[in-house]
Design a binder for this molecule. Structure first.
Ligand SMILES: Nc1ncnc2c1ncn2[C@@H]1O[C@H](COP(=O)(O)OP(=O)(O)OP(=O)(O)O)[C@@H](O)[C@H]1O
Ligand SMILES: [Mg+2]
Length: 500
């Protein structure tokens, strides 16, 4: 279907792709795996004309082609779904699909005709998408399917999916894979970038492994295993399981009492009460959008007090009215779920990003508004080194980092505060298996040294492996507490969905 031959691409001093060759056979699902920053997104963006290679060639159906921009790619039957969706919330599905901005418009404006065609396409693959629905009313999973429809509507024969499952619930992943298999049956070719090895094994026919901008392996999925893939990706054996001793919980650090939070849609969190003690990890399991975001943001001091009721105590002090800055000063760190919205200033460099939250106080600032560059650079240098943020260049803008490296920077910055209480949401979303192992060991290390951790993760496996106690949240309410060591994931899944 497509062959990328000897592709090289540099960004400044970074060699993102170094003589990369990948061959994708027609009618197959081809996975691309590799560490954060290995060059996966870059090589596929080149295939889609989003970037232009410095050297190398692209063949489609065995013929050399020129792909200078996405318009060329679409004309050749290549579609791509980016990790961050590019949909307009206030428009309908059909409007989004026919007004695809990147081709420069000129698509048919016969909306009724488009509605019928999209409905037909959707039925054919059992996508269950209503072309007349507004994007803002759709779940993340449904928005994902709209992105697929967008590519299919433009007659894509090859679909490139960059970490499509990162934002899906386990149930949505199952459905999504069903769709991909049906697409393969109908003759389409799919390239999927993912960090989840069980997904690679479940869905793909072939796997390409990248490391440091190079391809280091091409294997048939049926002839490999998670362990082998992990070793190829990282270059060493990786612990695919969390290892920890029993928790030794001490005094209460966080106490949440009858907390309710209102948002634009109504009651997002409803009368929630629980404690987190020093030396334990309390996990929150639940399908995304059931109040987890509001819960964490309320505790972090990010929700206007007018929108919440109930009491939040930190080490016995009521902190309902404390500012987010005051929270940090007390020793409450927060690793947010959305690193773009809450975690980073993308146009600021790594040094600047690593001092956010402590920028006004010594040693970073003199207290009179003067910044101490030596102290800032030292701090940033330590974070980048200790948390393996690549490349190790604190002058780079956060935007220039790959997704997983952005995440490591945020995590490193919050750990640097030496928190007494860590609020952490989706800590390993988009990070590679080596970094997952590392982040998990850091979280357990913090717990073992007496830190209190509140962990929210949409990955049931992650939250059950790490948490000492697990609370299940559904529709804004805590519906139960379970011991993750003795409760099956099926049982927890039933609590999360209310038995459906
Ligand atoms: N627009 C850009 N400007 C500067 N550097 C970039 C740019 N895009 C990518 N890079 C660099 O190129 C390298 C490869 O990045 P790429 O995004 O392809 O990695 P990736 O394998 O997709 O990683 P991840 O799994 O974290 O998404 C990284 O070192 C990254 O910092
Ligand atoms: Mg990427």
């Amino acid at each position: 279907m497509i062959e990328l031959r000897n592709i090289t691409k540099t960004f400044g001093e970074t060699v993102a792709n170094d003589n990369v060759s990948i061959l994708v056979e027609k009618g197959t699902i081809h996975a691309i795996v590799g560490e954060n920053g290995a060059g996966k997104s870059t090589i596929m963006r080149i295939a889609y004309g989003f970037y232009n290679a410095d050297a190398g060639e692209i063949l489609v159906d065995g013929k050399a082609v020129s792909i200078k921009n996405p318009h060329d790619a679409i004309a050749l039957g290549i579609g791509m779904v980016h990790q961050h969706f590019m949909l307009v919330d206030t428009m309908t599905v059909a409007e989004n699909i026919i007004l695809g901005a990147e081709t420069g418009g000129a698509a048919t404006l016969d909306l009724e005709k488009a509605n019928v065609e999209i409905e037909h396409l959707s039925n054919e693959l059992k996508l269950g998408v209503n072309p007349r629905a507004l994007i803002e009313n759709l779940s993340v999973g449904a928005q994902q399917r709209v992105e697929l429809l967008k590519a299919l509507y433009r007659n894509a024969e090859l679909l490139i999916l960059d970490e499509p499952t990162a934002v899906l619930t386990p149930q949505e992943v199952e459905e999504f894979f069903g769709i991909l298999r049906r697409m393969r049956e109908s003759g389409k070719t799919i390239v999927i970038i993912t960090h989840k090895l069980e997904e690679v094994l479940a869905i793909s026919d072939f796997v390409t492994v990248m490391r440091d901008g190079k391809t280091v392996g091409n294997v048939k999925t049926s002839e490999t295993s998670a362990k082998d893939l992990a070793r190829m990706i990282v270059g060493r054996d990786v612990l695919l399981r969390v290892e920890k001793t029993d928790a030794q919980p001490k005094e209460n650090v966080l106490s949440v009492q009858n907390l309710s939070v209102k948002n634009a849609h109504g009651e997002a969190l409803n009368d929630v009460s629980f404690d987190v003690k020093a030396g334990e990890i309390v996990g929150i399991a639940g399908i995304e959008g059931n109040g987890q975001t509001e819960l964490v943001e309320a505790i972090a001091g990010l929700i206007p007090t007018a929108n919440l009721s109930g009491k939040i105590y930190f080490e016995g002090t009521n902190i309902n009215n404390f500012s987010a800055r005051k929270h940090k000063e007390l020793g409450i760190a927060h690793i947010p779920e959305d690193r773009h919205k809450r975690g980073l200033l993308l146009d600021f460099n790594l040094a600047e990003n690593s001092m956010l939250g402590v920028h006004y106080r010594p040693p970073v600032s003199s207290g009179t508004g003067l910044l101490n560059n030596a102290a800032i650079n030292k701090r940033a240098g330590e974070i980048v080194e200790n948390f393996d943020v690549r490349p190790r260049n604190i002058e780079l803008s956060a935007r220039a980092l790959s997704g997983g490296n952005q995440q490591k920077l945020v995590i490193g910055r919050e750990f640097e505060l030496n928190p007494k209480l860590l609020l952490v949401s989706q800590p390993t979303r988009g990070v590679d298996i080596g970094a997952i192992e590392f982040i998990h060991s850091k979280l357990i290390g913090l717990r073992d040294s007496g830190g209190a951790v509140l962990l929210v993760s949409a990955e049931l496996e992650e939250v059950t492996a790490l948490a000492d106690r697990l609370l299940v949240i559904r529709e804004g309410k805590i519906v139960g507490e379970v011991d993750p060591k003795t409760t099956s994931t099926e049982e927890i899944g039933l609590m999360m969905t209310g038995g459906n």
